[in-house]
Design a protein around this ligand. Structure first.
Ligand code: 6R9
Length: 640
């Protein structure tokens, strides 16, 4: 039972927080049912969780409740605060700024929702959204929610192949893309890449229409009958649209993420439970206040963008900021200026951004006021105590709590953090599980729990409202992936250490997932892309520590014939198969990979060799050919 009690006596937390944890433990069903009261329901739910982690596995929250997510994020606030800014958008070009009130955002969402309906999109159909950081990204998600379509937001960095795979898997009927995406001085050809992707989809692919948002106004090829101008289409529609009444367990969206096996997983989130979780965690983690200007710098194609650019803050009636530009283009300090110009109160970003800022001249951050900031947060990867302290002192001027938030695509929202104003932060530690979140550390075999202080596989012993319901059209894979390693528990894929007073330190992924600047990259995905080259016999991708990116990706490739394969060609295969963001730091062409006698690649060794940690290679006696290690070290040294 020890794992049930997530708040040890030694933890120094605010009374309100302690009371919440106690209530949640005392009667979880009542606690979570009360949380449903955050939302406006067409039919309020009569029960909270009907979830179980055994047998077939079922994740079911507020099952008999009915609601519409966009109504919760918009209409409710249009009634009470129509003129409050919902969304402040700043473009990367000087002076580009737009403020959408709740009334404005509601109108835009309704117009697009009407377009989608006119194009035949019905409840339950998938709509793919492939947009840069423009207001239309938010509008598109909420428009889908309004008519009960399931949105699938796709990362701008995916290659045509990467897009095609996901569009086919989700069989989206409509795609919303842009002419181009601006990235500093570069223009990324979004529409052209999408055209290639659609050409790759099997003949008779599911996509009927492509709506093209004009970001820079450049001319792009439009396919007659299929492609439509977003602006021309929305201009024809009314600013009102009757919302579809949805069941709480109807999917709101699916979002692809990487795992240990090749194919990306379409994580499916619910309408009711997810929205409760988005609202509750936005409020708790960041101590959200009505007059906040909330800036989460995440791209909307990441779960962080879904939950903390769109659903969490908007369901709570807050003001969110979206900035299209890079932190240091055309010169360092852009993001600090965005904070000062817009009086941002909560700034939520990634450790990679913090590390990059730390490398700049201190004068850059010190020349800015940053006085509006109240709370700082990070997500996506561990933040070192040094980076945490720098963020707190230089950006927060020693005045703002820093919340390191640990969570995942599958969790819908934050699970572990030191809630601002409630739980004291501790540099390097993620914090405590949120009230009602019951974590357990399990032994490496997944059968014994680690009580109190100790280290183990990070699991959850009970469902929470934001938990993903399944993987798109593959419930069996869902069960296998998350519920078989530690029977009876949800296994996160991470390892963790717990201190005496309950603080959790995340020790990193224990599966074959590499975290490059917060991008979750499955090594199998990389290896699959490399394998498309006929000159490749086999390959192994591993992650090694990287100063700026947290982890860097290294790939070892065995070529069919010496001299016929070079690293640039392998890099191209990854760029084309997955996307440029996944191109490895370093590619080694080697003669052989170290394997166990049963033929398993020994990644531990590959990691150490790539990281140049040669003093302690560990036990080599289990290798089928221990000699290969010295040869490998030599080959790597030659290519460095
Ligand atoms: C929200 C998000 C999830 C994986 C997760 C873990 C790593 C996320 C972290 C963190 C240490 C943190 N991760 N936050 N590791 N400290 N605060 O990142 O979702 O893209 O699905 O990645 O990222 O390994 O399992 P997602």
């Amino acid at each position: 039972m020890a794992d049930r009690f997530s708040l040890p006596a030694g933890a120094v937390v605010a009374d309100q927080y302690r009371a919440r944890v106690r209530d949640a433990q005392h009667d979880p069903e009542a606690f979570w049912l009360a949380q449903a009261g955050r939302l406006a329901w067409h039919t309020p739910p009569s029960a909270a969780s009907r979830s179980y982690f055994t047998g077939d596995v079922q994740i079911s929250w507020y099952a008999d409740g009915q609601l519409n997510v966009s109504e919760n994020c918009l209409d409710r606030h249009v009634l009470t605060q129509p003129d409050k800014a919902a969304l402040i958008w700043e473009g990367q070009e000087k002076g580009q700024r737009e403020v959408l009130t709740y009334r404005d955002l509601h109108a835009r969402v309704c117009r697009l929702a009407n377009v989608l309906r006119r194009l035949g999109v019905r409840k339950g159909e998938r709509v793919a959204i492939h947009l840069p950081a423009v207001a239309e990204g938010v509008v598109a998600m909420l428009a889908c929610a309004r008519i009960g379509a399931i949105h699938v937001v796709l990362f701008g960095g995916f290659s045509a192949e990467g897009l095609a795979e996901r569009i086919q898997d989700s069989s989206a009927g409509v795609v919303i893309t842009a002419d181009v995406a601006r990235r500093g001085a570069k223009l990324i050809p979004s529409k052209t890449t999408m055209d290639k992707a659609l050409a790759l989809c099997a003949s008779g692919g599911s996509v009927r229409h492509v709506l093209v948002v004009s970001v820079s106004g450049v001319d792009v090829p439009m396919q007659e009958g299929r492609d439509l101008s977003y602006e021309a289409e929305v201009a024809q529609e009314e600013a009102d649209c009757t919302p579809e009444v949805m069941n709480a367990c109807d999917p709101l969206f699916l979002l692809y993420t990487s795992g240990s096996t090749g194919r990306p997983k379409g994580v499916v989130h619910s309408s009711g439970g997810y929205l409760v979780w988005a609202g509750l965690t936005h409020e708790l983690a960041f101590d959200a206040q009505p007059d906040d200007i909330f800036w989460c710098t995440a791209d909307t194609s990441w779960i962080t963008g879904h939950t903390y650019v769109v659903y969490g803050p908007l369901v709570n009636g807050a003001t969110v900021l979206i900035y299209e530009g890079l932190p240091s283009w055309p010169e360092p300090g852009q993001w600090w200026d965005v904070i000062d110009r817009n009086k941002v109160t909560v700034f939520y970003t990634s450790p990679t951004v913090v590390r990059a800022a730390m490398r700049e001249d201190e004068a850059v951050v010190r020349a800015r006021s940053l006085a509006s900031l109240r709370v700082l947060g990070t997500v996506g990867e561990p933040i070192s105590p040094e980076a945490w302290t720098w963020f707190s002192e230089e950006v927060g001027r020693g005045q703002c709590p820093v919340v390191d938030t640990w969570w995942q695509t599958e969790s819908g929202g934050v699970l572990i953090t030191a809630c601002a104003g409630q739980v004291p932060g501790r540099p390097g530690a993620a914090g405590l599980p949120l009230p009602g979140v019951e974590i357990a550390l399990l032994g490496t075999q997944g059968h014994t729990t680690v009580d109190g202080e100790g280290e183990g596989l990070l699991c959850l012993s009970r469902s929470w409202p934001g938990q993903a319901m399944t993987l798109w059209q593959d419930h069996d894979r869902f069960r296998q992936t998350y519920f078989s390693t530690c029977p009876g528990y949800y296994f996160t894929g991470d390892g963790a250490r717990r201190e005496k007073d309950g603080y959790i330190w995340i020790t990193g992924r224990v599966d074959d997932v590499v975290n490059v600047s917060g991008h979750r990259i499955g090594t199998a995905e990389i290896e699959d892309a490399v394998a498309t080259d006929p000159e490749v016999v086999e390959s192994a991708a591993v992650g090694i520590p990287h100063d700026l990116k947290g982890q860097g990706l290294v790939v070892y490739v065995v070529a069919r014939e010496e001299g016929r394969l070079d690293p640039a060609r392998v890099a191209r295969a990854v760029g084309e198969g997955v996307g440029r963001y996944a191109v490895p730091e370093k590619i080694y062409i080697v003669k052989d990979l170290p394997k166990t006698r049963s033929g398993k690649i020994v990644r531990r060794l590959l990691r150490k060799i790539a990281a140049d940690e040669l003093d302690n290679l560990g036990d080599l006696s289990t290798l089928s050919d221990p000699e290969c290690v010295q040869a490998l070290i030599r080959q790597v040294a030659e290519q460095n």
